[in-house]
Ligand binder design. Structure first.
Ligand SMILES: Nc1ncnc2c1ncn2[C@@H]1O[C@H](COP(=O)(O)OP(=O)(O)OP(=O)(O)O)[C@@H](O)[C@H]1O
Ligand SMILES: [Mg+2]
Length: 260
C-alpha cells in the first residue's frame, strides 16, 4: 500500500523548466517533492515513477518513499506566479510525491563520488530492466544523502508506454543505452545482482506493484486501451522481461567490460 497525503502548502519550485517539480508540504507535516499530473510530461511520467520506483524499492535500492498526494483546487488559488498557478490547477486530484531529502547533493563522478560495486551493479540492473535512460553522468538523477545513494526521477523509464503497441518488441530489448549509465564503472557484480533481483522480483511482488497505480491515472491516458488491459500489459512486460533478462544482463556486462 502507498500512503496518501494531502497537500497543504506549496513551498518552492525545484528548478526552472523540466516538469516543474516542487517542494510541497502535506497534512502529515512532511515535505515532499511532487511530480504534478498536470505537467508537460503527463500522467505516464507519474506511472513510470511509481512502477519503476517501487521496483527499485523491492530490489533494496533507496528510492525515497513514494506517496500519493491529493491536491485540492484551493492550493494554487493564491499563487502569485502564473505558471505555477496554472500547473497546480491542472493537477487537482491525485499526484505522485517522493519524500524530500534535505541537504542531498547530486552524485558526481567528476567530484570523486564513488559507489560500492554491489549497489552500483543493482542500480545498473534496475535501470536496464526498467529501461531508464536518465542515469547519465550529465544528469545522474542519483542523490547522495548521509553518504548513501538515493535514485530519484524514474519518470523516463518504461518508455514503451508512450507507444503501447511497441511493448511486445521492447520486452526483449538488450537496452544498449546502458553504456551511458553513471554507475557502470563501479558495476562489476552485475551477475550477482541479477541473481538477487530474480529472488526479490517474484510475480506476486510485481503484481502488487502494478496494482498500486491509481485507476484515475490509467483512465486519464488518451487512447482506447482499457484500464484492466493496461494493468495486465505492465505486468506482462515485467514478468516476461524478467524471464528474458539474460539479453540485457549480457549487454550490461559487455558494456562494463569495455570500460576497463
Ligand atoms: N526526493 C528529493 N529530495 C531532494 N531533492 C530532490 C528530490 N527529488 C528531486 N530533487 C531535486 O530536484 C531536481 C528535479 O527533480 P527530478 O529530477 O525528479 O525532476 P525532473 O523534472 O524529472 O528533472 P529532469 O527531467 O530535468 O531530470 C533534482 O535534480 C534534485 O536536485
Ligand atoms: Mg531529474
Amino acid at each position: 500500500m502507498l500512503r496518501t497525503v494531502r497537500a497543504t502548502r506549496y513551498v518552492v519550485p525545484l528548478r526552472e523548466g523540466g516538469s516543474l517539480p516542487a517542494i510541497v508540504e502535506a497534512d502529515d507535516l512532511g515535505l515532499y517533492v511532487v511530480k504534478f499530473r498536470g505537467a508537460g510530461q503527463g500522467i505516464l511520467a507519474l506511472i513510470a515513477e511509481l512502477l519503476a520506483g517501487d521496483i527499485g524499492r523491492a530490489l533494496g535500492l533507496r528510492v525515497p518513499e513514494i506517496v500519493l498526494m491529493e491536491i485540492g483546487a484551493a492550493l494554487g488559488r493564491n499563487e502569485p506566479d502564473y505558471e505555477i498557478r496554472q500547473l497546480l490547477q491542472a493537477s487537482t486530484g491525485v499526484n505522485l510525491a517522493l519524500d524530500y531529502l534535505p541537504g542531498s547533493t547530486m552524485f558526481d563522478p567528476a567530484a570523486r563520488d564513488a559507489a560500492p560495486a554491489d549497489e552500483a551493479s543493482m542500480m545498473v540492473w534496475f535501470d536496464a530492466y526498467t529501461q531508464n535512460i536518465d542515469r547519465t553522468p550529465r544528469n545522474a538523477n542519483l542523490l547522495v544523502w548521509h553518504r548513501d545513494l538515493y535514485p530519484i526521477d524514474q519518470g523516463a523509464a518504461l518508455f514503451f508506454h508512450h507507444d503501447w503497441p511497441s511493448r511486445e518488441k521492447k520486452i526483449a530489448s538488450p537496452f544498449a543505452e546502458i553504456e551511458q549509465h553513471v554507475l557502470l564503472p563501479w558495476a562489476k557484480e552485475i551477475a550477482a545482482a541479477a541473481q538477487i533481483a530474480h529472488e526479490r522480483l517474484t510475480e506476486p511482488v510485481l503484481r502488487r506493484i502494478v496494482e498500486l497505480v491509481p485507476d484515475e491515472w490509467l483512465e486519464a491516458i488518451p487512447g482506447d486501451v482499457g484500464v484492466p488491459e493496461r494493468r495486465a500489459g505492465y505486468l506482462d512486460f515485467f514478468v516476461r522481461r524478467l524471464d528474458g533478462s539474460a539479453v540485457f544482463e549480457e549487454e550490461a556486462i559487455r558494456a562494463q567490460s569495455r570500460l576497463v
